[in-house]
Design a protein around this ligand. Structure first.
Ligand code: O2Y
Ligand code: MN
Length: 647
């Protein structure tokens, strides 16, 4: 196959359309054809029959001019970077090594939950039936017929004049029996470059497919065919018609109209969580929205913990924590997703299916997360952060990290000062960076067998009523705690206030199937082991009556993990309360804390608060889960209610 640059067309032609002409006129005969598209990289013979059929079927639908089979090489990445610069999608950040900044269309800056659907024959396979007159909030359902119509309407000819990239990727280390493979077909070079960071991508995956030939089908288009010689938009997208579809029966994902994050990097939320959870249900394991960390105590004893917090509750910060307690060490396995399976000895083993971090930039600083800051300034693709006149990046939280005299350009490309009315970086701006660069990446983070999980944490932003930490009485109670998770979040656009929202298992936007059936699946896990992980709930965000945080958080959270480790060793440092076990007086090590902590307020349990909490959970279950709520959880909740009433 010819080298890309041998023909000189990358540097001398600036539009995709012009390149297409160059291809046709000068390279006729050089490239293999596949259903009328020129195969400009890779060999069709490298594709298994099943992959080839999938590619062909979608060439027939999308009509790309070219097909590029990705090999994941440096050379290929260099080409994509050059191409994206020419198209104006990214610009270099010369202050750092191999870092790039993408500015999206302002209408394409986040996951779009309302346009995300799970497609099953029956609605009840996807979502529990909400109470009459109540709008369901546990996912969106679409019939397969409607899905097919939506696809046909949007995808027919959507890649005309453009390149279809065939992206073979593995979620999890290629050699791990816990991993799964996907093939993403996309017309976005930004997606290819990001998938190369976030997953194991390229030739090795195609080789692996020769053994298994099993993959999740992921079709993606930004929805903007190249139109003759008209200059391509720097961030092509079709926000009005954006749609993200999942068909669990076929292990299939179809995403149209958005080039951003979770909408287009289909390995992440779409595969690893939504389709992942349906595969996990079928195969008897768990695909969860959880970080995984390793923690070593001063005696050198190490444990692994998985933790589910809703989006924007500090998962990345906890996964990369610098413990303030002397002698403790935290190491990071993953910051967002955990795939967990009981092994033959009944040990719950977890892998991080991802290969990178797609972290929120604003708020990340040397103070809040020095480890992230020392991870992200090489080989990183930033999106929608602000840029600086010295060739670097800036976002809210980096005020102390920018040199005097340096000026800032905001995420929309406008000059920005600290008196500007809008933020410099988009609140959902991101860094996309290789996990291997994290200075505290766990030595076992790619272990094919996964790491052994000793504890599962659920948590959220709870300004009132919920103590810093409590332990579930047993597995079933732990499942109730996960199901009852709530967290403070910004409400819908019109009234922007903060409200406490239900976010069970931090999975509300990511369930691939009926939440009631998901709960049953979690309950059934207790049959798989006599040595189940202990379950805890944590809340770093409780506030005093004056509205001040009662707990310093960040590295001091190690004190909570220290108590959890002691509980894992069955130390007698907990006492029963109606809501679960809390630390005994003196159970949490407060030595060396720079500010006094009001433990009474931090752990205070109010009967009124908990009655209201139980009422809210009961209402939520009745309205949203109805008949699908497992009996075991009805009993658990009634047990909690009785204990609270007796307070
Ligand atoms: O807006 C997006 O597409 C990103 S959302 C996201 C990204 C990384 C990790 N977690 C999340 C999330 O919403 O939970
Ligand atoms: Mn997440």
């Amino acid at each position: 196959m010819p080298e890309f640059d041998e023909h000189g067309f990358y540097s001398s032609y600036s539009t995709e359309a012009a390149r297409a002409v160059k291809y046709r006129n000068h390279n006729a005969g050089l490239f293999q054809q596949l259903r009328g598209a020129a195969v400009v990289n890779g060999q069709v013979s490298d594709l298994t029959p099943k992959v080839r059929a999938y590619v062909e079927e979608n060439i027939d639908l999308c009509h790309p001019d070219r097909v590029h089979i990705c090999d994941g090489s440096e050379r290929e990445n260099g080409y994509l970077i050059q191409l994206m610069q020419q198209q104006g999608t990214i610009m270099p950040l010369p202050k750092y090594q191999n870092c790039w900044l993408a500015r999206t269309n302002p209408a394409d800056t986040a996951r779009v939950e309302s346009k995300t659907f799970i497609c099953t024959e029956e609605r009840s396979e996807t979502i529990p039936t909400p109470k009459e007159g109540i709008k369901g909030t546990l996912g969106n359902w679409m019939s397969p017929k409607k899905m097919d119509e939506a696809i046909k309407e949007r995808f027919t000819g959507c890649m005309r004049g453009r390149t279809m990239y065939v992206v073979p990727f593995s979620m999890g280390p290629i050699v791990s029996p816990l991993s799964k493979i996907g093939i993403e077909l996309t017309d976005s070079p930004y997606v290819v470059a990001s998938m190369r960071i976030m997953t194991r991508m390229g030739e090795a995956v195609l080789n692996k497919l020769q053994e298994t030939d099993e993959f999740v089908k992921c079709l993606h288009s930004v929805g903007v065919p190249a139109n003759g010689f008209i200059e391509m938009a720097s961030w092509p997208c079709d926000p009005e018609r954006t749609i993200i579809l999942h068909k669990p029966k076929n292990n299939e994902i179809v995403s149209y109209g958005s080039g951003y994050g979770g909408n287009s990097l289909l390995g992440k939320k779409c595969f690893a969580l939504r389709i992942g959870s349906t595969i996990a249900k079928r195969e008897g394991w768990l695909a969860e929205h959880m970080l995984i960390l390793g923690i070593t105590n001063p005696k050198g004893e190490k444990r692994y913990i998985a933790a589910a917090f809703p989006s924007a509750c500090g998962k990345t910060n906890l996964a990369m924590m610098t413990p303030s307690l002397p002698g403790y060490k935290v190491e990071c396995v993953g910051d967002d997703i955990a795939w967990m399976r009981f092994d033959k000895n009944g040990v719950l083993r977890a892998i991080n299916p991802e290969n990178g971090f797609f972290g929120v930039a604003p708020g990340t600083s040397t103070k809040s997360n020095p480890i992230a800051m020392s991870t992200i300034f090489k080989n990183t693709l930033f999106t929608n952060v602000a840029s600086t006149s010295d060739g670097g990046v800036f976002w809210e939280g980096m005020e102390d990290e920018i040199q005097p005299g340096v000026t800032v350009t905001d995420w929309r490309g406008q000059r920005w000062t600290k008196d500007s009315k809008s933020p410099a970086a988009h609140p959902n701006s991101r860094f996309c960076t290789p996990a291997s660069q994290c200075p505290i990446i766990d030595p076992q983070w790619e272990a094919p067998e996964g790491v052994p999980i000793s504890a599962i944490l659920f948590g959220g932003r709870r300004p009132t009523g919920v103590p810093l930490v409590y332990e579930a009485r047993d597995w079933k109670h732990g499942v109730l705690i996960g199901a009852a998770m709530r967290s403070e979040a910004t409400a819908a656009a019109e009234h922007k206030g903060k409200i406490i929202m239900h976010d069970p298992f931090a999975m509300r936007p990511f369930f691939g199937y009926n939440f009631g059936h998901y709960l049953q699946h979690w309950l059934s896990m207790s049959n798989k082991s006599s040595n189940l992980p202990k379950i805890f709930h944590v809340n770093w965000f409780r506030k005093s009556s004056e509205g001040k945080f009662l707990w310093p958080g960040f590295g001091e959270n190690a004190r909570v993990l220290d108590w959890i480790l002691k509980r894992l060793d069955n130390e007698d440092c907990a006492e029963e309360t109606p809501i679960g076990l809390v630390p005994k007086r003196g159970g949490i090590n407060l030595e060396g804390l720079s500010e006094k902590v009001d433990m009474q307020q931090l752990f205070g349990l109010s009967k009124n608060f908990w009655l209201e909490e139980v009422f809210a959970i009961e209402k939520y279950f009745k309205e949203q889960v109805g008949q699908d709520l497992p009996e075991d959880l009805v009993r658990e909740l009634s047990g909690l209610k009785k204990r609270v009433e007796a307070m």
